[in-house]
Design a protein around this ligand. Structure first.
Ligand code: ZN
Length: 79
């Protein structure tokens, strides 16, 4: 049985949001997000980022770009 720690959950939150994980992994991350405020925050961030990106262009942006923007948001939040 797979269990995710915070690091793994945060690394997979993008895939989770886009339903790119195995059903079992999706379920485990759902459980983790429900129990973990820190990861839930990360998930909310990803959701908001996704909304912002889909607003600005109809096609899903390349993964790398999304990651870049996400890193930028993280940096600006930690300062
Ligand atoms: Zn967590």
């Amino acid at each position: 049985m797979a269990e995710f720690d915070c690091e793994e959950t945060k690394a997979l939150v993008h895939e989770y949001l886009h339903n790119e994980l195995e059903t079992e992994d999706q379920r485990d991350i759902t459980t983790h997000l429900a129990l973990c405020d820190s990861c839930e925050e990360e998930y909310d961030l990803e959701v908001n980022l996704n909304k912002a990106l889909t607003r600005s262009c109809d096609e899903e942006p390349p993964h790398q770009l999304a990651q870049k923007v996400l890193n930028y948001i993280r940096q600006s939040q930690s300062n």
